[in-house]
Write a protein that binds this ligand. Structure first.
Ligand code: NAP
Length: 257
């Protein structure tokens, strides 16, 4: 049996990863801040699938929280074979409207935690010559979209760069770029979603199934769903200025106001 550690495992995409990996027979280490939700989920997955599910309550916006997960990942006696860096959130508002402390917290959770946890996990994986890391980014990585998009662009570049450095080592790294997914994300950020067309919404379980297929295929970048693959193809060739205008408007309409 292998073990997967998932951050942000109690809701949305992380929860879908936990369900799918437990169903596939992997033991789990579940990370989030809310201990009660973690325990409930661990019990449910253990009872349903017979896997071991340990819980690790940690706030990845703090040094202590990141260090606690680093320590777990570095434990050679209980190796982690798959790390899913998924914890993340959105901030309501445009540039200068979001308090600086919230912008910095986003960079800590989306970038520093991902860098430190990936490093902690990959050291042991390299020695064992096997393992995988999925870093959850977003299609927002490919459009000018404030600190959120910039942090996810960092996740994509970091992951693909590290994957190249580790090629041939037996360790796979993949950046996962979802479009809109029905989770707690928008509600937590206080963002309205009424105007997002229904065709743009993805299902978290289907997204995870496609992501795991892409990881098995050895991809370093996964954009699940043909609709978003096509959209990102257009984004690649669209003029940057036009793109900035559209994504900025999209933010106003679908976002906080
Ligand atoms: N939903 C979308 O449309 C969408 C699209 C593209 C990319 N994404 C990305 O997908 C990832 C998961 O998002 P989601 O939509 O599944 O969100 P979600 O439903 O709000 O779930 C977020 C998860 O992260 C945990 N979390 C948040 N802050 C944390 C912190 N400081 N430390 C530890 N855990 C923390 C939450 O649990 P606690 O509150 O208990 O800590 C929860 O388990 C994020 O990285 C997000 O940027 C989402």
């Amino acid at each position: 049996m292998t073990t997967a550690l998932i951050t942000g495992a109690t809701a949305g995409i992380g929860s879908a990863f936990a369900r799918r990996l437990a169903a596939d027979g992997h033991n789990l280490a579940l990370v989030a801040r809310n201990t009660e939700r973690l325990r409930e989920q661990a019990t449910e997955l253990h009872d349903k699938h017979g896997v071991e599910a340990e819980v690790l309550a940690a706030d990845l916006s703090t040094d202590e929280g990141i260090a606690a997960v680093e320590e777990r990942l570095a434990d050679r006696t209980h190796p982690v074979d798959l790390l899913v860096n998924n914890a993340g959130f959105g901030n309501k508002g445009e540039f200068l409207e979001v308090p600086m402390a919230d912008e910095l917290t986003m960079l800590k959770v989306h970038c520093e935690a991902v860098l430190r946890l990936t490093s902690a996990a990959v050291r042991g994986m390299k020695e064992r010559r096997r393992g995988g890391v999925v870093n959850v980014a977003s299609v927002a990585a490919f459009v000018p979209r404030g600190t959120y998009g910039a942090s996810k662009a960092w996740v994509v570049q970091f992951t693909q760069g590290a994957a190249k450095d580790l090629s041939g080592s037996g360790v796979r790294l993949m950046a996962l770029c979802p479009g809109f997914v029905r989770t707690e994300f928008h509600e937590r950020a206080g963002m309205g979603t009424d105007n997002i067309p229904s065709w743009m919404w993805l299902d978290a379980d289907k997204l995870v199934a496609e992501a795991l297929k892409d990881l098995a295929r050895g991809k370093t970048l996964s954009i699940p769903d043909p609709r978003y693959k096509a959209l990102m193809g257009v984004v690649k060739v669209a003029p940057r200025g036009l793109l900035g205008g559209i994504t900025s408007k999209t933010g106003r309409k679908y976002g906080p106001r």
